[in-house]
Design a binder for this molecule. Structure first.
Ligand code: FFO
Ligand code: GTP
Ligand code: MG
Length: 468
């Protein structure tokens, strides 16, 4: 876990070797002596200066732009020094090592350990400091990581909106309404003689209902945002030869999995993330489900069930040219029974009738009929997958959210529902009502990090990349 600290830290803030320009970034207190050592002169605050970055002998390691952001007006809220150099991995490593060396030199003669302890930053440590110094809240810090990791344009744009505070503002709006209601209830608790009349006059129930409506709206948008970030896992399952691998290839638009007329071709799970309207779907092709005496195939089938167990949705593939054969239908029925007994009730199973091009009989009602071979019906399947994922068109101004946020909002909703139950009772237990509202606010504050355990913070920031 990431420990809190105020040691000065340094890191290469770009992916070395990939960018033409690379940045070494230092954050801490009183960086003046370090600036003198590396830049040979003081820097004007927040102004780029082109100069040589000096090694211990006063020779230039590289020439680039130096920037000094004095605290508190920096990304971290601390003193920040940036050395914008050429982006080669070796150059940047040299500069980083030079910062560490210079800090040690600066400390030694003066005896004042101001820069001592300059060390390489942990992943996420710059962002963590920005958070701890109140520059950004937790949802914004998460949005930085999500922006960097974004794999689609839609995800990047919505992460950008979260970073600029769009999501946090919605959460704050909820919090303000909640605080108002809490004040009312707490005041009533303090003056019991006024009691319930007071709450009624202030229309506490009305306020609560409005808050719940507002929360539901934020919840819908957060779920969409989390979907954009996390996507869903779709597992293609069915009997051997149904065309599972062909379907994966058709969805991905590439020959990823081996297709052959031999039943039992696929053994390993073949996974690919595809995008439909910017929503990532993690699709897994699996071994055909059947009893087999082949040891390797058995392992493949066990892996297939393992994938099914962690699916958000299952595409149950059928070979439409064979569905009328009693033995085939019986085997499908048996698979369906096992699917139903293993899957949670909220995991949808969509029947997909494949090989429509070669079939003489029409597909049964429900599900999607298609041909993985000709591509016929694939577009309809994509639309069904979006519906199954819960994607509701493409709302303008969507912000990115995480499952963590969606969970927190769901807990807020539960506490508000409890509060509503207390409020609606004939003799409302005001202390219980107040407690539910307090718990609702705690859950809400977890999103922006105004209330949260150190463990939670450690988990979130340690998943950042180095230099952020
Ligand atoms: N060179 C460089 N580019 C970068 C970053 C960086 O650290 N360095 N960033 C790193 O993520 C992002 C930009 N984030 C930043 C956020 C705040 C401040 C800053 O100086 N804030 C001050 C002043 C604000 C103002 O003048 O309005 C402050 O908040 O007080 C700088 C960068 C992306 N680009
Ligand atoms: N006519 C027709 N043939 C198809 C279609 N989809 C797949 N096939 C054929 O069916 C056979 C099996 O296809 P695969 O995609 O390998 O089937 P699978 O379900 O992955 O099979 P296993 O990996 O063995 O479980 C191949 O010969 C494919 O060319 C289709 O839409 N129409
Ligand atoms: Mg296959």
């Amino acid at each position: 876990m990431l420990a809190r600290s105020t040691d000065p830290i340094v890191a290469i803030a770009t992916a070395p070797g990939r960018g033409a320009v690379g940045i070494v970034r230092v954050s801490g207190r009183a960086l003046g002596p370090l600036i003198d050592a590396l830049c040979g002169r003081p820097l004007k605050p927040r102004e780029a200066t082109y100069l040589p970055f000096l090694d211990a002998d006063g020779e230039a390691i590289d020439r680039g732009l130096a920037l000094h952001f004095p605290a508190p007006h920096s990304f971290t809220g601390e003193d920040v020094l940036e050395l914008q150099a050429h982006g080669g991995a070796v150059v940047l490593q040299l500069l980083l090592a030079r910062c560490l060396e210079a800090a040690a030199e600066v400390d030694a003669p003066s005896g004042k350990p101001r820069l001592r302890g300059l060390r390489v930053a942990e992943p996420g440590e710059f962002s963590q400091r920005a958070f701890l110094n109140g520059k950004i809240d937790l949802a914004q810090a998460e949005a930085i990581a999500d922006l960097i990791d974004a794999s689609t344009e839609a995800a990047a744009r919505s992460a950008g909106r979260s970073l600029s505070g769009a999501f946090s503002r919605e959460v704050h709006g909820l919090r303000d309404a909640l605080v108002h209601l809490r004040m009312l209830v707490e005041a009533t608790l303090d003056f019991p003689e006024e009691d319930i009349d007071f709450l009624q006059k202030a229309d506490a129930a009305g306020q609560l209902a409005a808050l719940q409506a507002q929360l539901a709206a934020v919840g819908v948008r957060a779920r969409q945002g989390a979907l954009l970030r996390e996507g869903i896992k779709v597992v293609i399952a069915g009997q051997p030869n149904a065309g599972k691998s062909s379907l994966l290839n058709a969805l991905a638009g590439a020959e990823l999995a081996i297709v052959s007329a031999v039943a039992g071709t696929t053994r390993d799970v073949v996974s690919q993330t595809i995008q439909i309207q910017g929503v990532p779907l993690h699709v897994a092709d699996t071994a055909g489900l059947r009893d087999s005496s082949d040891e390797v195939e058995q392992i493949g089938v066990a892996r297939a069930w393992g994938q099914i167990d962690s699916a958000d949705a299952v595409l149950f593939l059928h070979d439409l040219t064979r569905t009328e054969a009693p033995a085939y239908a019986a085997a499908d029925a048996e698979i369906l029974r096992t699917l139903q007994s293993r899957l949670a009730a909220d995991v949808p199973v969509l029947d997909v009738w494949n090989k429509q091009d070669a079939a003489s009989s029409p597909a049964p009602a429900g599900g999607v009929a298609l041909s993985a071979k000709t591509g016929d019906g694939i577009e309809a399947l994509r639309q069904r997958l979006l519906e199954i994922a819960g994607w509701q068109s493409v709302p303008e101004g969507l912000y990115l959210a995480r499952a963590r946020h969606v969970d927190a909002l769901a807990r807020v909703a539960r506490h508000l529902a409890q509060a509503g139950a207390h409020l609606g009772a004939r003799n409302p237990a005001l202390d219980l009502l107040a407690e539910e509202l307090r718990l609702a606010q705690n859950a809400l504050n977890e999103i922006t990090g105004e209330f949260g355990s150190d463990d939670l913070l450690g988990v979130i920031f340690s998943r950042f990349c180095i230099g952020k």
